[in-house]
Design a protein around this ligand. Structure first.
Ligand SMILES: Cc1cc2nc3c(=O)[nH]c(=O)nc-3n(C[C@H](O)[C@H](O)[C@H](O)COP(=O)(O)O)c2cc1C
Length: 166
């Protein structure tokens, strides 16, 4: 059930040192690849980081101890120049496209029994200056992945009546 998956995914901020199986990573990234995007532009790239030197660079731009024990961090990048721009008002859709693909990532991870966490509160200018990024790509989010060493807490969400109108 999709609702069970939505409930199972939570922001995991503590990971065990168990490595992630390569086939699970491939499966997750295949789910990302299948994400929709405006005019099918697919203005994205995902760098799957497992090596300590680049994990350390990420830590420099997001200095939280908890992210240090994630065995993998996916750096999610937007190619804003090639994203669809709505003619009526010039709105660039790169952020929307990335959000959809990243949500595929975290839901697929949850389905595979892995913890994940969206991270956008990193020092983006520092990250762009220090991390080797492909030309023209902008960092949107960092997504640590790993086997959870914590437990989900209760989900606090607005009531249906507060978010839905008929
Ligand atoms: C766009 C976005 C950015 C986020 N950035 C961060 C972040 O920088 N650091 C962090 O610890 N959590 C971050 N989160 C996680 C949210 O705090 C979390 O999703 C929210 O509190 C709901 O909790 P849940 O994910 O456990 O259901 C982010 C989530 C989203 C969707």
């Amino acid at each position: 059930m999709f609702k069970e998956l939505c409930t199972a995914r939570y922001s995991c901020r503590n990971y065990t040192d168990r490595p992630i199986e390569e086939e699970k990573l491939r499966y997750i990234m295949e789910c990302v690849r299948l994400a929709p995007s405006a005019v099918n532009r697919q203005p994205w790239r995902f760098i799957v980081i497992k090596d300590q030197p680049r994990l350390d660079l990420i830590y420099n731009a997001y200095a939280r101890e908890w992210i240090r024990n994630a065995p993998v961090i996916v750096v999610c990048l937007a190619d804003r120049q090639n994203a669809w721009v709505r003619p009526s008002d010039g709105k660039n859709h790169a952020d929307i496209d990335l959000a959809i693909a990243i949500e595929h990532l975290v839901l697929a991870a949850a389905e595979q029994g892995l913890g994940s966490c969206w991270v956008c509160n990193f020092d983006a200018p520092l990250f762009s200056q220090t991390f080797p990024l492909p030309e023209g790509y902008e960092p949107i989010a960092l997504v640590p992945l790993g086997y959870a060493a914590d437990q989900p807490s209760e989900k606090h969400r607005k009531n249906m009546a507060d978010i839905m109108a008929e």
